[in-house]
Design a protein around this ligand. Structure first.
Ligand code: JD8
Length: 463
């Protein structure tokens, strides 16, 4: 069976000389891959070997001709076109062609792309041709024309990233390195692929260390010197997950929750990432102070979440009345303007607010705490007036992230925090008890024109 084959066409063949080196160079020598580099000018027909012309519609620079490119790609099938490949064969290559075109407007090249292409090229019926453009690019008619060509299975435009290069060669080099190293037999120990960044595991690599164990007083994490392979593996896994959350939270979208064990979920939770009720990874969740720009989002969030904690028989009309009377954008502007009102937002990695809390400080109303008979004299109390999260965050640990930040803020403002929660809402009470609150009394709380019984809970935040 013929080795997986990749042809690269360019006006700068020397740019691809690195393909003679290192892993790919060895793979070519040992016949594990057939990489050929072609000079586009080889198929130019005029004595100046012209491959470009001025752009229709005017403008700076030159555009590469579609006819020249089409001929060059066609010629790769011929097998013996004198191409700078170590294995020029006589017979026309019968394999279908996947044409890969580097372009700034292409789909971002990812490890998944590389793996998919490597799997495809390992099959005996297809080969790849990489078309490296230069100048202002290749005439836009080439790609659709190639897609109609019998021998062409697919044309894929890819980009190396959101920065501008002067041509496609650098992208071609990156693509070939990323694909060829995944071809059968190329990497000495295929297992090493499993652990790599962006592989199916979709997490970043863990930090690596080698001798000297002490470098200018900089030590190596002791676990790596422990000889306890289980502990080392756990540490490395935790490092990979934490680094991914800190450096590339966007990659969390690629992580399959089903592939995460309990320890993984704990590591992620410590980094502010929880599993939402719809099974998606939420976070890293961050808590920040709300500002004027958040008023509408706050009002939406408050109106959306308030009903979630309303006891029966609260009617929609009651809720609407309460929201209009207490949670409108105007009310939130007042809260944000009041120095004794502290509004914190819980936001996910896109910046979307998924929860909020409202702390009230300043003079206590009356001599006792919320009618509980607890004297307020000598203690600075803050009221945790509101702490609400979107339904998809309930039961995920997200409330804990917001509560922790809220208590941290309260500790800078007061000695103790109290709150009222509906006496019938056992889940809420348990959640507050997990956060250190204890029931100290009761009070009445009006929603619409219905009085509801609240339990009053209290906890110290004094150091
Ligand atoms: C192919 C010509 C240069 C691009 C006018 C500068 C990929 N991530 C990437 N950035 N740039 C490229 C790339 C640039 C190319 C060509 C790829 C062919 N140019 C052009 C448009 C603006 N000059 C790339 N992959």
């Amino acid at each position: 069976m013929s080795a997986p084959r990749l042809d690269v066409i360019t006006i700068f063949p020397d740019y691809l000389a690195p393909l003679d080196l290192s892993l790919i160079g060895k793979a070519r020598e040992s016949g594990l891959v057939d990489v050929r580099v072609h000079d586009l000018r080889a198929v130019a027909t005029d004595r100046h070997r012209t491959v470009d012309d001025s752009p229709f519609g005017g403008g700076a620079g030159m555009v590469m001709r579609p006819d020249v490119w089409s001929r060059a790609i066609e010629a790769t099938a011929a097998g013996s076109d004198g191409s700078a490949g170590s294995h020029g064969g006589a017979e026309p290559d019968p394999r279908e062609v996947v044409v890969l075109v580097p372009t700034p407007s292409g789909a971002p090249l990812t490890q998944a792309t590389a793996q998919r292409l490597a799997d495809e090229l390992a099959a005996p019926d297809v080969r790849a041709v990489v078309a490296c453009g230069r100048y202002e690019g290749i005439d836009a008619r080439l790609v659709p024309a190639l897609r109609e060509h019998d021998g062409v299975r697919r044309v894929e435009e890819f980009s190396l990233g959101d920065f501008v290069l002067n041509g496609g060669e650098v992208a071609a080099l990156a693509l070939l390195e990323a694909v060829v190293r995944l071809l059968p037999g190329v990497l000495g120990n295929p297992d090493s692929i499993v652990e790599e960044s962006f592989s199916d595991a979709a997490v970043l690599e863990y930090p690596v260390y080698t001798r000297p164990a002490d470098w200018d007083g900089r030590a190596v994490p002791p676990v790596l010197l422990s000889g306890d392979h289980g502990a080392v593996a756990r540490w490395r896994r935790a490092q990979s997950l934490t680094r991914t959350v800190e450096r590339r939270p966007d990659l969390l979208d690629l992580l399959a929750v089903a592939d995460l064990d309990r320890r993984d979920l704990d590591v992620l939770a410590d980094a502010g990432v929880v599993v939402a009720r719809d099974g998606a990874l939420l976070g890293p969740l961050r808590v920040r102070e709300a500002g004027e720009a958040d008023v509408l989002a706050l009002a939406d969030l408050a109106a959306t979440t308030f009903p979630l904690a309303c006891p029966d028989p609260t009617t929609l009309a009651d809720v609407r009345r309460h929201v209009a009377a207490h949670l409108s954008p105007a009310h939130w502007r007042e809260h944000l303007a009041d120095p004794d009102h502290h509004v914190l937002l819980l936001v996910d990695r896109s910046g979307l607010a998924v929860g909020y809390s409202l702390l009230l400080t300043g003079e206590a109303q009356g001599s006792d705490l919320a009618g509980t008979g607890i004297a307020v004299e000598g203690t600075r109390y803050a009221e945790l007036s509101k702490l609400y999260l979107l339904a998809r965050c309930h039961g995920t640990g997200a409330a804990g992230v917001l509560m922790a930040a809220t208590l941290e803020r309260a500790a800078t403002l007061a000695d103790a925090v109290w709150l009222g929660t509906n006496a019938g809402n056992a889940a809420a009470r348990r959640s507050y008890e997990r956060s250190g609150f204890a029931v100290v009394g009761e009070r009445t709380f009006r929603v619409g024109d219905v009085d509801h019984l609240d339990v009053v809970m209290l906890r110290s935040v004094a150091d």
